[in-house]
Write a protein that binds this ligand. Structure first.
Ligand code: SF4
Length: 322
């Protein structure tokens, strides 16, 4: 099983529940490869490389503090595996341009980032790089949400095309659907750094409380005593993740109007702060150990090396490049 994390900035609770907790569970009974996708980041953030080393280091420590176990999984940095660039070039030779141009996320990114100059070869070729990440470690299972199944489909097509040309060399992966919840941000839209609506897992207590206070609620619940509609309220959606102890109580008291939003938010903030306290302790301990992220990623590079080399030997031989 393989998955990558883009080091684009602080981890937020949307990442935590939408992805990270799932991967912490999956590492228990899969041979897992988790990598920090720093080359992926360049497809849209090529002009911000000064942030990259620190983003990689902090993401590595965040993931380990969250429960990713580097002794159990092969945990590495993408750009440490230079063979990824070699195989990307080789796969690029047989990738039809039309396949890449019709990838919906390519057009979406161009639209969403219209103010920035991202219509580049790197962004168009992103699915090739993704295919290489998977196939170079013989990835079979790719944990994805429903909206990313088409990416895995493209990888499968590309693998079949390669194998048709050069023999049965690359492994065809399949999607492992996760039903992780979509986490709303402060404006009610999906939590996302680019929308500036996040609560980050390393936010301190005061910041968590301030951010929770800034969340929108049911717009119909204006005055004290007005009944609310918890099912359309992002605060209630977060209660589902953090407040099992008062979840039904909150639903009931919101619906009758007995619970003021300000109290409801305080209840939530209390629970978010308590939930992340052990994580923050582990994270601080890691931060105090000099060079720990570098050591973890160097070990990961060593572990992934033989797998990658085996794939590349087979590819070079099959393409008469050995
Ligand atoms: S009481 Fe809570 S769940 Fe109900 S609208 Fe207010 S913040 Fe949302």
């Amino acid at each position: 099983m393989l998955t990558g994390f883009r080091p684009t900035g602080p981890m937020h609770i949307g990442h935590w529940f939408g992805n990270v907790m799932n991967l912490v569970r999956l590492q228990e009974d899969h041979e897992a490869f988790y990598f920090l996708a720093d080359w992926h980041m360049l497809t849209t953030h090529y002009d911000r490389t000064e942030e990259l080393p620190e983003n990689v280091r902090t993401l590595a420590l965040d993931l380990v503090a969250a429960g990713v176990d580097p002794n159990r999984v092969t945990f590495y940095r993408q750009s440490d595996v230079k063979e990824v660039a070699e195989l990307t070039l080789l796969l690029g030779m047989i990738t039809p341009l039309g396949w890449l141009e019709r990838v919906p996320t390519y057009k979406e990114r161009l639209r969403d980032m219209a103010e920035r100059d991202v219509a580049n070869f790197g962004l168009l070729g992103y699915p090739v790089l993704q295919t290489v990440d998977i196939t170079i470690v013989k990835g079979e299972l790719i944990p994805v949400g429903e909206d990313q199944v088409s990416h895995v489909e493209l990888t499968r097509e590309l693998v079949r095309r390669f194998n048709r040309h050069y023999g049965d060399v690359l492994v065809e992966p399949r999607a492992l659907l996760s039903n992780a919840p979509s986490v709303p941000g402060s404006d009610g839209r999906k939590m996302s750094k680019s929308l500036d609506n996040t609560i980050d897992v390393r936010d301190d207590e005061a910041t968590i409380r301030r951010k929770v206070r800034s969340f929108i609620t049911d717009p119909m619940k204006v005055r004290l005593g007005d009944p609310g509609r918890p099912d359309i309220c992002p605060i209630f959606a977060l209660h589902r993740l953090f407040s099992q102890d008062i979840y039904e109580w909150t639903r009931e008291n919101c619906s009758t109007g007995a619970l003021p939003c300000v109290d409801c938010k305080t209840n939530l903030a209390d629970r978010i702060v308590a939930y992340y306290a052990p994580f923050r302790d582990r994270r601080e301990e890691l931060e105090r150990t000099p060079g720990v992220a570098e050591k973890i990623l160097a070990d990961g590079r060593e572990k992934v090396g033989p797998v990658v080399e085996e794939t590349m030997k087979a590819v070079r031989t099959a393409m008469n490049l050995a």
